[in-house]
Design a protein around this ligand. Structure first.
Ligand code: MF3
Ligand code: CO
Length: 245
């Protein structure tokens, strides 16, 4: 799983410098898939319940599951989240980054920062003996006390030989409830947050999830493993390891 995590991180390192006005979400996905295939991996999302691409590329009010499209081109000030799952030698890793296209409004930057920070608040609770609800509640508290909402209809998840395994890891919940974390468990923790109300809608394509109110959304995700002394994040880029957020 660590090897798969490194491939996912390499996707972000490769794509980040190319996130500029004019690039399409189709092109972003093509580059991402190439990194995974060149590493000898596969893309579990492709064909998953008929999903047509290797990654999800979601712009602005699209929260998750944006289908890559030649028609969707990034503009200055947009935010775009790239959700990447790689399977390497039978094991999966899953992560998401939201990138800012050029420069954006301060309010947009704050949304992106709060989303990432909420992940790190959540995983402060990631230790053997704690429960999933401890992570969930910490994320919810951080996001809501920052003035944003968390999505209810989509959650993080266990991960391993399959990209989705038990337990589910919601971004809302009650401390002390849910599955107990144990050494060796791997989970994808993924705050999906909204600038406005928590409600979402799914487009007629059956996949694209947008905010109901049309306001901005954000997503951040890493795969973590519960260890003897806490947790290890296996999908950080080299740059992120150095700054540690
Ligand atoms: N990476 C997503 C997750 O975090 C899954 C993508 S859904 C798919 O669970 F259909 F595109 F595969
Ligand atoms: Co996930």
């Amino acid at each position: 799983m660590r090897e798969a995590g490194k491939v996912v991180a390499r996707v972000f390192e490769t794509v980040e410098p190319l996130i500029k006005p004019g690039i399409s979400t189709y092109e972003i996905n093509e580059i991402a898939e190439k990194v995974i295939y060149d590493a000898g991996g596969t893309c579990p999302c492709k064909g998953y319940y008929g999903y047509p691409a290797g990654t999800c590329v979601s712009v602005n009010e699209t929260l998750i599951h944006g289908i890559p499209s030649k028609k969707i081109k990034l503009k200055e000030g947009d935010i775009v989240s790239l959700d990447v799952v790689a399977n390497l030698k039978g094991y999966c890793a899953d992560a998401t980054r939201t990138f800012i296209v050029g420069t954006c409004k301060e309010s947009v930057r704050r949304l992106v920062n709060v989303c990432r920070e909420s992940f790190f608040e959540g995983i402060k609770q990631a230790k053997a003996g704690n429960r999933v609800g401890d992570i969930s509640a910490a994320i919810q508290h951080y996001v809501e006390s920052s003035g944003y909402s968390v999505a209810r209809d989509f959650t993080g998840h266990g991960i391993g030989k399959s990209m989705h395994e038990d337990p589910s890891v919601p971004n809302y919940g009650v401390p002390g409830t849910g599955a107990m974390l144990q050494v060796g468990m791997a989970i994808a923790v993924e705050p999906m947050i909204l600038e406005g109300k928590k409600d979402t809608r799914i487009l007629g394509d059956g996949w694209t999830v947008k905010s109901k109110d049309g306001k901005l959304t954000c997503h951040y995700e890493n795969t973590i493993v519960i260890t003897e002394d806490g947790y290890e994040i296996i999908t950080l880029t080299e740059g992120e390891k150095n700054i540690n957020v």
